[in-house]
Ligand binder design. Structure first.
Ligand SMILES: *Cc1c(COP(=O)(O)O)cnc(C)c1O
Length: 463
């Protein structure tokens, strides 16, 4: 399997290349040169197999000869072993046609653990082979940073630096990062806000000499291997509800379009998915794009589901590429318009093509709280605000001929304030995380100053 860039400037890359590169040099995103397909018989043979076996079957067609089957199986079993549930990503039935796919049983209680635990292990193998070390730099407002730190804390080939806005992440989120004491893990609290952190990371990647000297690498949601690893739970969930004989639909709380694009990949791979429903909070650029054809950037409104408070959805470019008949010039034209005018219009045919599989909806803050209350009252389940966005939207896309699976992307204990506002009680932190509340924290507080941050990192990377 070879990979190409959505903007046409790079091609013939291996899985290992795109795993380590993240963004393509022309600014585009890597996609497979063609979509592999598993036959209905292949899918049937995966029923009643365990999580890791399904994972190997869906990931292998995209990985060329990167790893022999047995080694990949072992790697995935190890990643799955960091989850605190025998089914790894269990399904819970809420009513006749609505199911919750719980993706939050990993070490940091959010769905990003699934892909990050696998990505870290794949990267270690690639780096070991190449005899290379890299420096991962990321900015976080919450979930991504802790998932990355947990995943890379044992890596011998990676130094990881995570920037967060000083005093502006919740105590649990901060402590999930700062109580990890591995020598390769570095937490930097920036005296500024999340945008300042992101701007610093971007500036470091744009500083060519620094980037080369530090061997910077990114693990953000545009990394292809992260998306690929998320295909797994679409497959396990659909299979356990009767695929390939019974069609299913998924509703996905969406920010950067990474998670739901993995659902699209599963569909391309031949999994019978009837609908993929995009669920957004009031930051609804995707919902507006799918309903009006106009993809238009507005400001970000902070909500109780912060991991979906985004201005643009980077991975949407991958879907556009396919909907535009894989024409890189057409993608470039839309992306130029986005850069210059902060908006573009999706050509009519492409929009119609997307709307054959995708649907969308949004939930405002009142609807999120009401959904948390309703789910608790009717089923006894406590859901987090991101999950509630999904459930609220899922309810208007139920149908008689498919099971609806709504993705539960975070554990409610990560967002206790919103949950308390909705139902008057605070969900408890799971026992396995209790230690972070008392463990010693390790972090450096730095000013919002590129030179100072680069100097801090360089000192630790080059000794
Ligand atoms: C990251 C995140 C999302 C959004 O996922 P995307 O892949 O960016 O669409 C939703 N919920 C939670 C809890 C997250 O951490």
């Amino acid at each position: 399997m070879r990979y190409i860039s959505t903007r046409g400037g790079d091609r013939d890359r291996s899985f290992e290349d795109v795993l380590l590169a993240g963004l393509a040099p022309d600014g585009g995103l890597y996609v497979p040169e063609h979509w592999p397909v598993l036959s209905p018989d292949d899918w049937r043979s995966l029923r009643n197999r365990d999580w890791s076996e399904v994972a190997v079957a869906v990931m292998r067609p995209f990985m060329g000869d990167f790893l022999p089957e047995a080694a990949l199986g072992q790697l995935i079993a190890e990643a799955a072993g960091t989850f605190n549930h025998a089914a790894v990503t269990p399904l819970k039935q809420l009513d006749d046609s609505l199911w919750l796919l719980e993706l939050f049983h990993g070490p940091t209680l959010a769905f990003k653990d699934v892909a990050m635990q696998i990505l870290a292990r794949l990267m270690d193998i690639a780096l070991e082979r190449r005899g290379e070390k890299v420096t991962i730099i990321g900015a976080t407002s919450g979930d991504t940073g802790s998932a990355a730190i947990e995943a890379f804390r044992h890596s011998r080939h990676v130094e990881i630096f995570i920037l967060h806005p000083h005093g502006r992440v919740s105590e649990v989120q901060r402590r999930q990062m700062t109580t990890v004491h591995s020598p390769n893990v570095h937490n930097i609290a920036i005296e500024g806000d999340f945008d300042d952190c992101q701007a610093l990371v971007k500036a470091m990647f744009n500083d060519q000499p620094f980037r080369t000297r530090m061997r910077l690498a990114g693990v953000n949601s545009i990394n292809w291997a992260r998306i690929l690893a998320q295909v797994i739970y679409y497959a396990t969930a659909a299979l356990s509800l009767g695929a390939p004989h019974r069609p299913v639909a998924f509703t996905v709380p969406t920010g950067n379009f990474g998670d739901i694009f993995a659902g699209y990949v599963a569909w391309k791979l031949g999994l019978p998915i009837e609908k993929l429903v995009i669920a957004t909070n009031v930051n609804d650029i995707l919902h507006r794009a799918l309903t009006t054809g106009r993809y238009e950037v507005t400001g970000v409104t902070p909500t109780t589901s912060p991991s979906m408070d985004i201005q643009v959805s980077s991975n949407f470019e991958r879907l556009l590429f396919d909907a535009l008949n894989r024409n890189p010039a057409a993608v470039r034209a839309l992306m130029d318009s986005l850069a210059q005018a902060r908006a573009f219009t999706i050509p009519e045919e492409a929009l119609a093509e997307m709307n054959t599989l995708f649907a969308s909806g949004r939930a405002d803050e009142e609807e999120v709280l009401e959904e948390i209350r309703r789910t608790w009252r009717e089923t006894g389940e406590i859901v987090d605000p991101h999950t509630a966005v999904g459930l609220h939207v899922a309810r208007s896309h139920l149908g008689p001929d498919h099971a609806m699976i709504s993705l539960a992307t975070a554990h409610p204990a990560k967002f206790p304030d919103a949950v308390e506002r909705a139902i008057g009680q605070r969900p408890a932190l799971p026992q396995r995380l209790a230690h972070i509340l008392t463990d010693e924290e390790r972090l450096a507080v730095l000013p919002n100053d590129l030179e100072r941050v680069e100097a801090f990192i360089a000192e630790r990377v080059t000794g």
